[in-house]
Design a binder for this molecule. Sequence first.
Ligand code: SF4
Length: 361
Amino acid sequence: MQFVNEFRDGELVRVVLDQIHRTVTRPWVLMEICGGQTHSIMRYGLDQLLPPEIELVHGPGCPVCVTPLEQIDRALEIASQPDVIFTSFGDMLRVPGSQHDLYTIRARGGKIQVVYAPLDAVRIAQQNPDKQVVFFAIGFETTAPANAMAILQARALGVKNFSVLVSQVRVPPAMHAILSAPGNRVQGFLAAGHVCTIMGYWEYEPIAAQYHIPIVVTGFEPLDLVLGIQRTVEQLERGACEVQNAYSRVVTRDGNRPAQSMIERVFMPVDRNWRGIGMIPQSGWGLRPEYADLDAEQRFDVAHIQTRESELCIAGQVLQGMKKPHDCPAFGTLCTPENPLGAPMVSSEGACAAFYRYGRR
Ligand code: SF4
């Protein structure tokens, strides 16, 4: 455990790890929901410092990973059109569609611009009135307020050449899907701290009660993660199923109500396909009817595009905690970060990429 001291709060991490070792008496399977948490766990080797009874499985909380292949293909189709400037966060450019990726479109002359905030895309639309500017609005509850703000701003400014290709997803329906799936192994959740910063954790209380499962709001630094694990294990050992907040320096039970209101003004819950998992009822946000004119899927008539995943990829089972990345026959051979077959190998937050990068083979 000597390298624990090499990162911030190392001594405290060691203390909490000792508590976990003293608390655990039998095997437990915990899922960290967020890809950022997966990345931190792998990077700092926390999985290797836990007692062998505790198994961490890695949830579907990487937004790049769960954006469905057909939505990538729709983005590629729109971005290929001559009068379009397609804007996106940078991590979507490498995600392969069924034929190629946004980098390929850019190499062929397509106008693809990386933006750091959705409002930048609105500004690009104002500066280019002769072009159609499309923003790829992907992500969980964390990105939804900024995406909603861009839509409200475009409407307020009367920017007619701006639209959004929406692939917003929500965590609670995914938790329901995981817990109710045949073969579920998850016994406790580390909830994603940044999602709870926006949404609070009141939505998780009925889930904890319904499935009798502890849920602990957890941050991203090593100390945050071991605290989340310790509180989850402590509950499991005494048969409790509470929602606890181990990230209280950031998260409150109610969350950010103004941000939630902004989401509600623009979006409404819709059924959404999750890459590798399939359709989860009411697991996404779609534009409300009053914003339908900003829907790029309708504006560019790409909703009909459907695709099929690689039959080799077991991402759905990985993202539900049923298999580990190295259980996939393609892991590290046919599928690597340089030549990814599935989205969890593309994104640096994907479980397969984290396993590959940090040598969990
Ligand atoms: S290693 Fe590649 S092919 Fe296998 S599950 Fe992960 S992304 Fe899919």
